[in-house]
Design a protein around this ligand. Structure first.
Ligand SMILES: Nc1ncnc2c1ncn2[C@@H]1O[C@H](COP(=O)(O)OP(=O)(O)O)[C@@H](O)[C@H]1O
Ligand SMILES: O=C(O)[C@@H](CO)OP(=O)(O)O
Ligand SMILES: [Mg+2]
Length: 412
């Protein structure tokens, strides 16, 4: 069953690679005139390559800004940059300056093709006013570890930035912007995906101040002033199309599981609680199927999608998916015929090289055999090392797509 779970996950990720989605959409749009490409996010390189292959000479120039290790070579007429994620660095600033340069002085005859995927917030940044990159880095670090969800984190990011929250679209005006978006924010909140550089911001300065207070993030007055300068709430020159999402991922995973002979169901596509609590809850679903054949008869495949959060308190290594899978392993210890797999569809879960974890009733036994107590690893947010001990890490490498996290529960 481990192989089945990995097959479902890998085939779903393959289906979600942005190349085909970008090509299909561009063919339908049938764009004409002078097109300038800007692509940001973890999937930016693949999306840009697919766009250039489809539109050819129509794209006269472009910039790709993706995460270190996520570009795959040259693309004609397109400048490729790599920068840091999830916290921006100097390369983010330099690459963004180049992107802003190539969209200067455009007319109504020009189109900016904006390819957006998750990770874009860290990769596309120009600090607002007199805010420094170091200040942006410090605030982002604190928020990422605070347990704040991505909508909250991006509410702050938008109010500290000169390109987020619709401000990029304002700089491009009067040219039009067509955004193709790979959604990695639950509920497909377009003003949150990559902090919505070309989308009207639905969040407010007041909400940003409240979030800083909620997570005890103290900022100096100069930054508070910048935050009070409200982001644009409407934009005249943008058209936005979602070309991939966690909902599409879960539907595909369920279809693949059914074809493999499992009774398959989607439980949710908006899982967003603390990762370790989600893991406990998911282990209870597996136990319920094993003992009472519900909510679905065996052989069962239960699919969940979403993006949990981790309130990192320990000094260990891990990611949302690894922590969720490991917490589930504790809840299914000793059970037979159960496999639970949780991966980040972008292929990198947390600041690690793993995409997630795959566990069964033996996982914890293997950790105990090595003389360790699984609970200690969980307390220290050290799921990476716990799962490594039990040979239960999933590695995919950067996948080129990014539509949140996918969880598969198989009960044979
Ligand atoms: N030791 C850890 N254990 C579990 N989660 C962690 C750990 N360290 C960081 N994280 C979580 O990893 C998240 C960043 O992971 P990443 O996969 O880069 O996010 P995304 O895929 O959304 O860009 C942070 O928000 C943080 O909550
Ligand atoms: O860039 C971002 O703002 C978020 C959401 O799109 O992506 P990630 O969580 O992968 O950093
Ligand atoms: Mg990730």
């Amino acid at each position: 069953m481990r192989e089945d779970a990995l097959k479902i996950v890998n085939e779903t990720i393959k289906y979600l690679l942005p190349d085909s989605a970008v090509t299909k959409t561009l063919r339908e749009l049938n764009l004409s005139g002078n097109i300038i490409l800007v692509a940001i996010g973890k999937a930016a390189w693949r999306m840009a390559k697919a766009a250039k292959d489809t539109l050819g000479e129509k794209i006269t120039r472009g910039v790709v800004i993706t995460k270190y290790g996520h570009s795959e070579g040259e693309i004609d007429d397109i400048e490729i940059y790599e920068a840091a994620h999830p916290v921006p660095d100097e390369n983010t600033i330099r690459a963004t300056e180049r992107a802003l340069k190539i969209v200067q002085g455009l007319s109504t005859q020009d189109t900016v093709l904006f390819l957006v995927s998750g990770g874009g917030s860290a990769l596309f940044e120009k600090p607002k006013g007199n805010i420094s990159l170091q200040e942006i880095q410090q605030i982002t670090e604190k928020l990422l570890k605070s347990g704040a969800n991505i909508v909250e984190i991006n509410t702050i990011r938008k109010h500290l930035s000169d390109v987020k929250g619709g401000r990029f679209a304002q700089k491009v005006y009067p040219a039009r912007i067509i955004s193709l978006v790979l959604s990695d924010v639950l509920g497909d909140r377009l003003d949150s995906i990559a902090s919505g550089p070309a989308y009207p911001d639905m969040t407010t300065s007041e909400q940003a101040i409240d979030i800083l207070k909620k997570y005890n993030v103290v900022v100096p007055d100069n930054i508070l002033q910048e935050i009070m300068d409200e982001t644009p709430k409407e934009l005249k020159n943008v058209k936005t199309i979602i070309i991939g999402s966690v909902k599409i991922a879960c539907e595909k995973a369920s279809e693949i599981a059914s074809k493999m002979g499992y009774n398959s169901m989607i439980l949710t596509t908006s899982l967003d609680c603390e990762a370790k609590e989600a893991g406990r809850f998911i282990s209870s679903i597996a136990r319920e199927i094993l003992s009472n054949e519900r909510p679905i008869k065996r052989p069962s495949a239960v699919i969940l999608g979403g993006e949990t959060v981790v309130h990192v308190k320990g000094s260990g290594k891990g990611g949302r998916n690894q922590e969720l899978a490991f917490s589930a392993a504790i809840g299914i210890e000793g059970l037979k015929n159960v496999v639970i797999c949780s991966v980040g569809t972008d292929g990198t879960d947390g600041p690690t090289d793993a995409a997630g974890g795959i566990v069964d009733g033996e996982t914890c036994r293997k950790i105990r055999e090595n003389g360790f107590d699984p609970e200690e690893f969980l307390k220290n947010n050290d799921s990476y090392n716990a799962l490594r001990l039990a040979n239960s890490l999933v590695f995919t490498g950067p996948t080129g797509t990014n539509v949140n996290d996918l969880i598969v529960i198989l009960v044979g």
